[in-house]
Design a binder for this molecule. Structure first.
Ligand code: NAD
Length: 495
């Protein structure tokens, strides 16, 4: 079956074949022991399946299985871990079509976006497969009296709380380095996107990952999610989501002094200087805010423009944005759906409030539907111009296809505006002046900067935020740090 066949089958029947039921614990599907909840297709605003609301017992069993499996996995040779993780990448690629279609129906994104996510998930396993046998310590020179060195040991059971905007690749970016480092995993996907984590856990076992090493419990964050966070057997928590929940998670984890990686979103700026090519700036800003319908922690949700190029950039951008066709992700639209009705209402509330303040909305500004059926949860691509630094549309994460524009005259002013929010995830600078690009990149209070591009680089680079965007780094070699503990060993050479 081609990916088009699988997609067509779903569009005709409204059902997906062989969706996992229950949880995935100790290497097998585990029937729901509790109530179930409907899962919605955002592109149609219709329920397509049910998933299990995990119970205390389900989470307890999952952590128990992960604890047992961790004892075995840390004894497996790094070379064998490397072979198994490479096999995971192959199995993901073999199942890419099915995974991508499930991701579209569960999340609302376009098929092309979901296919990209599945490929980058496979690539994450490949990348960390290559790391599994290179986690060396270092030898430390204390002179002839001692021999000293460090070793990197696995932290043990790791907990992963997955958001709904990138369910597949966020799962992979935490699970791959955890397994490479010798840890085991308990994952809790978001309530609105429970299925791909279950499918991926099954595929991991098919690829040779031992039973119990990766467990998935679906359910409510405030329920099984919080239970996982509080459990002292979890030694590292990797959380991606909102600032409010991230703070709550940090407070709940504190009594056990559990290690934490927090990835909490942003309000990332694209700064364009007077010498930048307006076409390129408009193109960069377009992809930075309208990809994944703007539901990206690192979306370029603020465009900081030099006054001299304002009109040209904004007229190109507003014209392109107005032509975007929204639609069900399996029908090759330009832009997919918003993940849930609740989130759509949050985006609408932000934009309605901006309208009430008299904001200059150049295009968009309201909810919409699939261009063909009129159904689904969609928001028009929106550009709000000429905003003041303290405007809520500049300060608050909207997490939708809504671009907020600010203007500047001097380099100093651009830097102040760019750093002028509580967030600090990524930034991008467009200029032909190398010295200026380097000065501005150095002045950005954030984790990652691109020059003359947005999202330059890949999963080989560390990713994570400063300020309220969180702490810790995922991806790249630094992504392994959360999953290893460094131990120093010193031997006396005395006779
Ligand atoms: P959220 O932070 O509440 O949910 C994210 C994950 O945390 C989900 O898996 C959820 O089940 C879990 N969770 C929720 N409460 C929990 C708790 N008490 N203990 C443990 N886990 C818990 O986010 P949301 O309500 O789905 O979205 C709200 C806002 O979060 C969005 O508007 C957006 O601004 C932001 N967000 C950011 C990202 C990101 O990539 N940084 C991803 C999704 C949402």
């Amino acid at each position: 079956m081609t990916v088009q066949d699988i997609a067509q089958d779903y569009l005709t029947t409204g059902k997906l074949d062989a969706l996992p039921d229950g949880h995935f614990i100790a290497g097998k599907r585990t029937p729901a022991s509790n109530k179930k909840m409907e899962s919605f297709d955002p592109g149609r605003a219709e329920a397509f399946a049910e998933f299990s609301l995990g119970s205390d017992t389900d989470m307890d069993n999952a952590i128990d299985a992960a604890e047992k499996a961790a004892l075995h996995w840390r004894q497996v040779s790094p070379a064998e871990r490397c072979r198994i993780l490479n096999n995971v990448a192959r199995v993901f690629r073999d199942n890419a079509d099915r995974l991508a279609v499930i991701e579209v129906v569960d999340s609302g994104k376009t098929l092309a976006e979901a296919q990209g996510d599945v490929q980058s998930s496979a690539r994450l396993f490949e990348y960390y497969a290559g790391a599994a046998d290179k986690l060396d310590g270092r030898s430390v020179n204390l002179g002839p009296a001692y021999t000293a060195f460090t070793v990197r040991e696995p932290v043990g059971v790791t907990g992963h709380i997955i958001p709904w905007n990138y369910p597949t690749s966020t799962f992979a970016r935490g699970v791959a380095p955890a397994l490479a480092a010798g840890c085991s995993v308990v994952a809790k996907p978001a309530e609105t996107t429970p299925f791909t984590a279950l499918v991926m856990a099954e595929l991991l076992c098919e690829a040779g990952v031992p039973d119990g090493l990766v467990n998935v419990v679906t359910g409510l964050g405030s329920d099984v999610g919080a239970q996982m966070v509080r459990d002292p057997r979890i030694k590292q928590l990797t959380f991606t989501g909102s600032v409010t929940t991230g703070i709550n998670v940090a407070q709940m984890a504190a009594p056990n002094v559990t290690r934490l990686t927090l990835e909490l979103g942003g309000k990332s700026p694209l700064i364009a200087f007077a010498d930048a090519d307006p076409e390129k700036v408009a193109d960069g800003a377009y992809w930075a805010i309208f990809s994944n319908s703007g539901q990206i922690c690192s979306a370029g949700s603020r465009l900081i423009l030099h006054k001299s190029i304002r009109d040209e950039v904004l007229s190109i951008l507003a014209e392109r944005a107005a032509k975007i066709r929204t639609g069900h992700g399996l029908t090759a639209p330009d832009m997919g759906a918003i993940n849930s009705e609740l989130h759509l209402s949050r985006i609408k509330a932000h934009v309605d409030a901006a309208k009430a303040r008299g904001a200059n909305i150049l295009t968009g500004g309201d909810t919409t539907g699939d261009a063909e059926t009129g159904k689904g949860w969609f928001f028009q691509p929106t550009v709000i111009a000429d905003l003041a630094p303290n405007d809520p549309a500049i300060q608050e994460e909207i997490f939708g296809p809504v671009l907020s524009v600010q203007l500047f005259e001097s380099e100093e002013e651009a830097v102040t505006l760019a750093n002028g929010t509580d967030f600090g995830l990524i930034a991008s600078v467009y200029t032909n002046d190398v010295g200026r690009a380097m000065r501005v990149a150095g002045a950005m209070d954030c984790g990652q900067v691109s020059v003359n591009d947005y999202w330059a680089g890949g999963l080989e680079l560390p990713f994570g935020g400063n300020k309220k965007s969180g702490y810790g780094r995922e991806k790249g070699w630094e992504g392994l740090d959360a999953y290893t503990k460094v131990k120093s060993i010193t031997i006396s050479n005395a006779s």
